[in-house]
Each structure stands twice: as C-alpha cells, then as structure tokens.
Design a protein around this ligand. Structure first.
Ligand SMILES: O=P(O)(O)O[C@H]1O[C@H](CO)[C@@H](O)[C@H]1O
Ligand SMILES: Nc1nc2[nH]cnc2c(=O)[nH]1
Length: 324
C-alpha cells in the first residue's frame, strides 16, 4: 500500500462536496423507530399559499420530470420558475439530472406545474418528504398527477428508449413497512386505509395508447408493472431475477410513493417509465452494467418525442371528466 503523504491529507481536508446543501436525514424519534410524523396540513397549506401568491392561474395538472427528463418542463409557456430553495418547507434536489425548481405555466391551453427534479429516498429523505410536493400540488388545486421516471427494463421484450405506460406497481419498500403514509393520518388529506387497486387511471391509460398510435409510437409504447427499490445502488442479478419472477417489467427508485400519496388525496394518476437501460439478468462476462450517465443520455435522446407525447396527453387528459 502507498504511504499516506501530507498532500493527501490536505486534499482530504479541502474536499468540498458537490452539493453544499444536503438534506437532513430521517432521525430516530427516541423509540427506535424512524420519525414519520411529516408536516402538518397547516404547514403544507403555508407552502401552498406561498406558491399561490406567486402565480396567476391555478394548475390542474402536475408533472414530475424523471431523471434526464427535465426538458419536459421546457415546453411550458409563460413560465414562472421557483427554485426549491425559495419555497418554504421544501426539500432541495441533490441528484444530477434533477434541476430543483417548480415551473408553473401553460402547455397548450392547460395550466400546469412541473417538478424539474424530484426527491428520492436514497438522498436521505424519508418517503413522506419525498412526496411532500404531491400534497402541496393537491393543496394548490392540482387534480391530476403525471409522474415520469427513468427505469431499467426487466421485461425481456423491452428495448432501451421504449416508453412504458405504468399499469400498476409493486410497492417493494412498502412490503418492509416503509410507506409515505406511515404515521398519523390526517383525514383532510385522505383516508387511513386508501385502496390502490385502481391507482393508475384506466381512462388515461386508454387515451395514452390511442395517442401513441396517432403519433406513430406503437413500436416503442409498452404497458407494464413498475417497482421502486430504495437505491442508490442498481440491482444485483439475483434481485432482478426475483423481481422478474413476480411480474415486474421495469425497475426504478421513485414514483410508487408519489402515486400512493396522490391517490391518498384523491388525485387522478398517470405514470410513464422511460426504459433507459436493460436490466442485467445473467452472469455472463460480457453483460453490461447499469450507470446513471446512460440513464441521462437516453433521457436526452428521447426528449423530443416525450415532449410531444406529454403535451398531447395533457391536452387530452384535460378534456375528460374522469373518476380516479
Ligand atoms: O426515478 P427517476 O427520478 O426518474 O430516476 C431513476 O434514475 C436514477 C438512477 O439512474 C434513479 O434516481 C432512478 O429512480
Ligand atoms: N433501480 C433502478 N433504477 C433505475 N433507474 C434507471 N435505471 C434503473 C435500474 O436499472 N434500476
């Protein structure tokens, strides 16, 4: 082993983390369980009131931009951009490919808000905090959530660059008791025991398939089951093979908890996964490895088609009366 010299020690002392503002980590609440109290309804109302004071039109649709998909928010006209740092009680984004601002404005005739940057559990935020923006959206009047994400394709028929309409999810983290709704329930948001069997709106999925045909996207559109793992590491071969066996088509580290939070407060939900990499399910020596750069590259590669697709979907979704 090379001896440590004084320069190495000085380098280590001068090391500056890439992001200066790191999230607070979920703390122990004294009884050995992580605190999951969350913010009160009134606190989130303050956040909502702050945002309402900065905008002139109430958005009806909220969009969460996935990794490398932040450019979706660039189609918003008359945009009002509010950095997360400026929003009371809001977390900050720490992941490359997640800008960290809310963008209010219009797509076509529809008033929208987009999150350019979402919050992930692996950043150190408890799930309720990852989902705080969804409740804030609800409080400012958003009726429909469109969540987008980058995901590994586990279904062997999926190719990189495919777009998967999420039909359903498997809440792996929830199996272990980690749920954004864990802790006291405030009925003003929703019921203690919300159903999830119709989490992804049927009408929206039907429209999304029709629009894909109109835009000649049939060859890249899929519909399947998404799961979220805690991350930040990508999965082992054994883990991926297990997930495949239970019917997972695409794997990511987000969305599931956002959807649960949105359905809890009775928002309509639609979700899309951009397949950014093929999940590695064999031990072959030449099998590749997942990496975040590839994820971001595929997002960039598909940005034009996704912008077009999402803008047409927003137009169509805004025109129908739907029961969640
Ligand atoms: O789910 P989004 O935020 O799109 O990003 C996905 O891509 C990142 C890994 O490359 C992880 O954050 C994973 O969740
Ligand atoms: N967990 C997980 N998240 C991803 N996000 C993009 N690709 C992947 C993947 O392969 N696994």
């Amino acid at each position: 082993m090379a001896p440590i010299n004084a320069n190495d020690i000085n380098d280590a002392k001068n090391f500056v983390p890439a992001k200066q503002v790191l999230p607070e980590v979920e703390t122990d609440n004294g009884n050995g369980k992580a605190s999951s109290k969350g913010y009160s309804y009134e606190t989130l109302q303050e956040t909502a009131n702050f945002l309402l004071s900065r905008i002139s039109e109430i958005p009806s649709i909220g969009v969460i931009c996935g990794s490398g998909m932040g450019s979706l928010a660039e189609i918003i006209k008359e945009a009002v951009r509010i950095p997360y740092e400026d929003i009371p009680n809001f977390p900050v984004s720490t992941v490359e490919g997640h800008h960290g601002q809310l963008v209010f404005g219009n797509i076509g005739d529809v008033a929208v808000v987009a999150m350019q940057g979402r919050f992930h559990y692996y950043e150190g935020y408890p799930l309720w905090k990852c989902c705080l923006p969804v409740r804030v959206m609800k409080l400012i009047g958003v009726k429909t959530l469109i969540a987008t994400n980058a995901a590994g394709g586990l279904n062997p028929t999926y190719k990189i660059g495919d777009v998967m309409i999420v039909r359903d999810h498997i809440n792996m983290m929830g199996f272990a008791g980690n749920n954004p709704l864990h802790g006291p329930n405030d009925e003003r948001f929703g019921p203690r025991f919300p159903p999830m069997s119709k989490a992804y709106n049927y009408e929206f999925r039907k429209i999304a398939k029709e629009v894909a045909q109109e835009l000649n996207m049939e060859n890249i559109i899929r519909e399947g089951v998404y799961t979220c793992l805690g991350g930040p590491n990508f999965e082992t071969v054994a883990e991926l093979n297990m997930l495949k066996m239970v019917g997972v088509d695409a794997v990511g580290m987000s969305t599931v908890h956002e959807v649960i939070t949105a359905r809890h407060c009775d928002m309509n939900v639609f979700a899309l996964s951009l397949i950014t990499n093929e999940c590695v399910t064999s031990y072959a020596d030449d099998a590749g490895e997942a990496n975040h750069e590839e994820v971001l590259d595929v997002g960039r590669m598909r940005q034009d088609i996704l912008r077009k697709y999402v803008s047409v979907l927003i137009d169509r979704f805004s025109k129908i009366e739907t029961n969640p």
